[in-house]
Design a protein around this ligand. Structure first.
Ligand code: ATP
Ligand code: MG
Length: 642
């Protein structure tokens, strides 16, 4: 890592301290909270705030790489998300506010949510579903997605949510990997004014899924669909006669809660295993302190429930805290580029959590759009998913937060279950581009190959945390190899990071994305930030292409801002800009202009595909690619010949 260069590049001079007004109302404002002598006791404190049918005998059992939390404790996640609030005034409070892409809204109180979840849970039971049976959920962002997840958790049937934007092949593979008995889908969902044919995709997938017994179909759109007799059932038909109450299954703390496949940015998706008690505790704690969530807040996390962010911070985290969570079905740019801002204004959202990729695309549309809307209700912003470049951070802070909302840049993974590195907004001084410091109770470090603590190296977690993955489904070997083979007893995140003088963590992207140029290690993110720093560049993705002498040559794929034309002069100018910002060692050998970059469905750039393209190889796993035409266009436009 050319860490001197990073210093200059990532150093946005300004830092942002919590304002007295924010501190005054913050849930957590005690700096001493970081002095945790006993991390297990720290987490136990949060577990005690939740409901357990039977208390645990022991907090942790750790036989690396297998952790068990809250041994012999019995609880139920859905009971904690809903029933716990029914004996309080929150019974009539909005649990979920939903907005469909066409603009209709639906609000469910905690009492109503309880009824819907219980009725659907009873319907699942009536179909013979028992504790331990896996269920695949392939739905658009409609209330039924949350209801289905909560119903599964209520009866102890682990769910595997598959993002509604995935193709039938991806759905088929995930169903087969999890051996689900039921798939829950819809006739369709709205996306950018078109219907996503979820039922048709499901039918296609089900040609090769021997484990599936039944298909439950929500009528979202009312479009024509084909129903297979005996196998396919309508949600409303099976729910309407069910009793309003369904007892919550007493789950062991270590019982399987859900499976979720990772985004596949670095390779074939992995089926990540999460269990009940520890996950619940970690998600509850981080939502409470990091999002500073209050009874009066409307919380909007724009992630799809198909991602871990949607699990932990659209559904479970806010409901565990008795908050109001907003679900939006559709695209951020439909019918216009300001849809998100109009939702914030309309529902008077207080806390907004989104991804850097979304922020960068909003930047492209300009500041005028958010200015058209009254977003004065916002008091806290968050980001997740990728490192956020300081330029985007500042734009988010100014244009969306009106210089008045702290931004929590939260680092975590599907594997970690909940946020591990993040500011606490009432305590932490913010530095644009840094996820700041580990959450109290989290033992994160940056180490070199030998395991020594260093200022630039690999991010590891040195002791277990409650929401950590318990394995890769059906593949203990890959689990061991992927996360536990690099260091003895430490969790290897696969991300590179740098630590500054104040101990702040700066995430540098994936270790796989580090380039080696003539003996120097340069992170792709570093060169990308230098490129994005140029006024004409909207987005950049950089890869190291194999080079016989230098080991890697630097290839940059660049998208330009609206109305900017590419030219040889511009290529030189951009190369020189990188030299000016980092040094001649980082000068890109090639710059390729492109209208789009290949991204995962969650909006992350798939550099491994760009590497395949640049080196003229057959593409690796593309099942998680958002738009398969993007890579096809690369070939059509002849990039492989270069
Ligand atoms: P796969 O593991 O299948 O390649 P993925 O890693 O993209 O997919 P996720 O679990 O969705 O799947 O993403 C976690 C990764 O996202 C982290 O390892 C990190 O690289 C990146 N990330 C998440 N949040 C942040 C953040 N705040 N700052 C920097 N990077 C982040
Ligand atoms: Mg990953």
């Amino acid at each position: 890592m050319t860490s001197k260069a990073l210093d200059t590049l990532l150093k946005e001079e300004r830092t942002f301290k919590p304002t007295p007004n924010f501190i005054k109302q913050a849930i957590m404002k005690d700096k001493n909270i970081y002095k945790q002598n006993n991390k297990q006791k720290f987490w136990e404190g949060f577990a005690r705030e939740l409901h357990w049918f039977k208390k645990w005998d022991k907090i942790l059992e750790w036989t690396p790489p297998n952790a068990k939390w809250f041994i012999n404790g019995k609880t139920n996640l859905t009971f904690n998300c809903i029933d716990r609030h029914l004996s309080t005034w929150k019974r009539t409070k909005a649990a979920i506010i939903w907005e469909g892409e066409p603009g209709e809204t639906r609000t469910l109180t905690y009492q109503e949510l309880h009824r819907e979840v219980c009725q659907f849970a009873n319907a699942l039971k009536s179909l013979g579903i028992k504790k331990g049976d896996r269920i695949t959920i392939y739905l658009p962002m409609i209330p039924e997605a949350a209801i289905a997840m909560l119903a599964c958790a209520r009866i102890g049937a682990p769910h595997s949510v598959v993002f509604g934007g995935f193709s039938s092949d991806s759905l088929r593979d995930r169903i087969n990997d999890s051996k689900s008995k039921i798939v829950i889908t819809a006739d369709g969902g709205w996306r950018k004014g078109s219907i996503v044919p979820l039922k048709a995709n499901t039918d296609e997938a089900l040609r090769e899924t021997p484990s599936i017994e039944k298909v439950i179909v929500v009528k979202r759109i009312g479009n024509e669909i084909s129903m297979t007799k005996k196998r396919d059932l309508l949600w409303n038909d099976i729910v309407k006669t069910q009793p309003y109450d369904c007892e919550a299954e007493e789950m062991d703390s270590e019982d399987l809660l859900y499976l979720l496949y990772t985004s596949g940015t670095t390779g074939k998706p992995k089926g990540i295993v999460h269990t009940t008690g520890g996950y619940m505790t970690g998600v509850y704690a981080t939502t409470k302190w990091i999002f500073d969530i209050k009874d009066s807040d409307i919380f909007w996390c724009s992630a799809d429930v198909g991602w871990v962010t949607g699990h932990s911070y659209v559904v479970y985290g806010p409901l565990l805290n008795g908050a109001t969570t907003l679900l939006y079905e559709g695209a951020p740019n439909y019918p216009d580029n300001d849809r998100f801002w109009s939702i914030i204004a309309k529902h008077r959202v207080n806390i907004f959590y989104t991804a850097p990729t979304a922020i960068r695309s909003f930047m492209k549309f300009g500041k005028e759009l958010p200015q058209k809307h009254d977003m004065s209700s916002l008091r806290l912003l968050g980001t997740v998913g990728e490192p956020i470049n300081p330029e985007a951070w500042i734009w988010y802070y100014e244009a969306i937060g009106r210089n008045n909302c702290p931004i929590v840049d939260t680092w975590w993974q599907t594997e970690t279950g909940h946020i591990l590195i993040s500011p606490l907004p009432g305590i932490t001084k913010l530095k644009p581009g840094s996820a700041t410091i580990p959450f109290p109770g989290i033992d994160a470090d940056i180490v070199n190959e030998k395991g020594e603590s260093v200022d630039a190296g690999y991010l590891v977690i040195k002791s277990p945390w409650p929401g950590m993955l318990r394995g890769i489904y059906g593949d203990p070997e890959r689990y061991q190899k992927q996360y536990w083979s690099q260091y003895k007893n430490w969790y290897f995140t696969g991300d590179g990071a740098k630590r500054d003088k104040e101990g702040y963590f700066w995430l540098l992207g994936r270790v796989d994305d580090v380039m080696k140029v003539s003996g120097h290690r340069i992170s792709t993110m570093e060169v990308e930030s230098a490129l994005v720093d140029h006024k004409v560049v909207a987005e950049a993705a950089v890869i190291g292409k194999h080079h016989d002498i230098k080991e890697n040559s630097i290839v940059a794929f660049v998208t330009l801002k609206a109305n900017i034309k590419s030219s040889t002069d511009l290529t030189d100018e951009l190369k020189n800009h990188v030299v000016k910002k980092i040094g001649s060692i980082a000068r890109p050998d090639e710059i390729l202009f492109t209208a789009e970059l290949p991204k995962t469905r969650s909006g992350k750039i798939m550099r491994r595909l760009l590497r395949d393209i640049a080196e003229g190889r057959a593409l690796g796993d593309t099942t998680t690619l958002a738009d398969s035409n993007v890579v096809r266009r690369f070939y059509v436009e002849g990039y492989t010949q270069r």
